[in-house]
Design a protein around this ligand. Structure first.
Ligand code: GTP
Ligand code: ATP
Length: 584
């Protein structure tokens, strides 16, 4: 007898990565890649909420209110917040049980006190943004610490709470996450000011830095923050909408894709599309009504399940997805096609045990629906150069619409999702350079996120997540000092090092060889004279001969231009000595 839609499957761990997080089940992959059959979302339209915001940032900043907000936050943590917040927390709790968690409730109280009086441009309380950011993380199934950090993510930058305060009340783990999000926000702001998104290579490098310099969970929180901000972009002036949308399209949506959070990626892209090309967005949305059938995938999936059962063919998963509007638009532009020439607006995927079952399923499918000539591809017998394997066919359904069906084994599926044929890589990096160590690092982060969400995911429970008691026994894996995929100082990874250079508020993302020092970088990049001082990751630099590492932010604070070109090590040794003497 055929099993139900998705039985838990033991997945093969990626052979090159250590330590391995527990492998994700196909159920999870289905849940994250596309809704499982029977769980299809009612509409693929992006949820455009009507929250609005102010000009330069997403909130109206209150005057310097750090110490007062810290006092209120301290009181709120002790007392559990004030009565006014009851409706917001109750709303959040009704959506996600995690908002009843003790740590999360205290974080809510602290965020409420810290942001009290701050409003969005729409007039909505700022706290609403914090709650929505945390709710997005809760939807992914994040740990309480991550949800708490989501609630607190702006309290350091925008409400004057300190790292020490958060660490004292919520632990160093939560404080580190908040600090990480702050760093990412800072870099993102610089990137917007410098229009980094317009320079593809720099945008690529910036994403890599984001992944390399922070705990993957801080990136998750930043993504959730950006998704909610994109959903509430309406009241910003047009130029701000454009710069947020541009940055989101080039940096945050690809990040979500690399991390395997496809649902967020699609929402971000659709929102960017709406703000960047409003006319095209409206035109395609209208045309799509002709080619889009909300119920077709669920109906086709049911029919296919029944047919497989009748033939006694077991399968691991069957699920479908509607292609997003932005993906349709991109494919039309890339291939110069009209909408009626896009055959995968509706798609279904079937995952089976072995090759023979794949071909048997193909035969069943071709009996169920007439095939569209010229659309069958046998990547099982003829794998793509990147080792992607699958059978693809397009059939015409009862609704007289094309349906693309992909058929593969679970190993082929894991290869397509996590291996060299991984979707993010196949889509985005083919045309761009991406060194092996960076690819591996992204794979690692993706595994971590997948593992993290699977373990905790409450909306799509897996065999692992069902046992609530198992939650606390897992912590997110991290690189050991010896791990080659880590970019920590101790590691001797083989790829280039990416650092951020700030000069007069101008930011550039620089690729430098391993073991380069600050002096090496200055010699290469500066032509505007000798900087008076340097700051590395916000600390004044005394030793200019120190090596730079992945994700370092080097700030040049210039003095008057000087005619001498080049910075010799000897000069800097002397300079350092002078500095040391003057500071002693
Ligand atoms: N992960 C992954 N998916 C792939 C790869 N190649 C194809 N696919 C999937 O298969 C779908 C269709 O691929 P093909 O049958 O080769 O079709 P195509 O030549 O791209 O063009 P169309 O037939 O117009 O879609 C893509 O939209 C992807 O979903 C790959 O290398 N890696
Ligand atoms: N037939 C299908 N059934 C289920 N999921 C699919 C199917 N085709 C693609 N997907 C998944 O849906 C997500 C979004 O796919 P999308 O159509 O945007 O990109 P794509 O498949 O690479 O298409 P293309 O390159 O043709 O534009 C990806 O995770 C992809 O693996």
């Amino acid at each position: 007898m055929t099993p139900s839609i998705a039985c838990p499957v033991k997945c093969r761990p990626h052979p090159r990565l250590a330590p391995q997080p527990p492998a994700p089940s196909l159920e999870l992959l289905a849940a994250r890649g596309a809704p499982a059959a029977g769980e299809l979302r009612a509409s693929r339209s992006p949820p455009y909420l009507s929250l609005s915001r102010s000009a330069d940032s997403f909130e109206s900043r209150a005057p310097c209110r750090g110490s007062a907000s810290a006092r209120r936050a301290r009181a709120a943590v002790a007392l559990g917040g004030d009565g006014q917040s009851a409706a917001l927390i109750a709303g959040a709790q009704s959506r996600h049980a995690i908002f009843s968690d003790e740590l999360v409730r205290r974080a809510f109280a602290a965020a409420e006190a810290a942001h009290r009086g701050q409003v969005r441009a729409s007039g909505d309380p700022y706290l609403q943004h914090c709650v929505e950011t945390a709710a997005l993380l809760a939807e992914l199934g994040a740990f309480p610490a991550v949800v708490a950090a989501g609630l607190l993510h702006d309290t350091v930058d925008d409400a004057g709470l300190s790292y020490g305060f958060i660490s004292e009340h919520f632990g160093a783990g939560v404080a580190d996450l908040v600090k990480g999000v702050s760093k990412l926000s800072h870099l993102s702001k610089l990137a917007r000011r410098n229009d980094t998104a317009s320079r593809i290579d720099e945008a690529d490098r910036l994403r890599i830095i984001f992944l390399a310099m922070e705990d993957a969970r801080a990136v998750l929180i930043k993504l959730a923050d950006r998704l909610h901000n994109m959903r509430t972009l309406d009241s910003l002036p047009k130029n701000k909408q454009q710069s947020f949308a541009k940055e989101t399209l080039e940096i945050f949506a690809p990040l979500a894709n690399q991390l395997g959070i496809l649902n967020w990626k699609e929402q971000l892209e659709n929102l960017c599309f709406k703000y960047l090309c409003p006319d095209k967005f409206d035109e395609l949305s209208t045309s799509l009504t002709e080619f889009h059938n909300r119920d077709m995938i669920a109906a086709a999936t049911r029919r296919l399940e029944q047919a497989l059962q009748v033939r006694g063919l077991s399968y691991y998963a069957i699920y479908g997805r509607h292609k997003s509007l932005y993906s349709i638009y991109s494919k039309m532009a890339r291939k110069k096609l009209a909408m009626d020439e896009i055959y995968d607006i509706h798609g279904v995927r079937v995952i089976l045990e072995n090759k023979a079952d794949c071909f048997a399923a193909l035969e069943i499918i071709h009996h169920l629906w007439p095939r569209i000539p010229g659309k069958f591809k046998d990547y099982i017998n003829s794998p793509k150069p990147n080792r992607y394997q699958s059978l693809h066919t397009v059939v015409l359904t009862e609704e007289t619409l094309p349906l693309e069906i992909q058929i593969r084994t679970r190993d082929m599926h894991l290869q397509a999702e996590f291996g060299i044929a991984a979707h993010w890589r196949y889509k985005e990096v083919a045309a761009r350079s991406c060194c092996t160590s960076v690819s591996e690092m992204v794979e690692w982060v993706r595994w971590v996120i997948t593992w993290h969400c699977q373990t905790l995911n409450t909306d799509h429970p897996s065999s692992l997540a069902r046992d609530a008691s198992s939650k606390e026994t897992h912590t997110i894996p991290s690189h050991s000092d010896a791990c080659l995929l880590s970019y920590s100082k101790q590691c001797d990874h083989k790829g280039p090092v990416l650092v951020i250079l700030l000069e007069n508020e101008k930011m550039s993302v620089q690729e430098i060889p391993q073991h380069w020092t600050i002096v090496d970088l200055l010699n290469r990049s500066s032509n505007s004279g000798m900087p008076l001082r340097l700051r590395l990751n916000c600390h004044v630099v005394h030793n200019w001969n120190q090596e730079l590492k992945m994700g370092d932010v080097l700030e040049l604070i210039p003095s008057t231009p000087c005619k001498c070109r080049g910075y010799t090590r000897e000069f800097h040794q002397k300079f350092d000595q002078c500095l040391a003497v003057s500071q002693s």
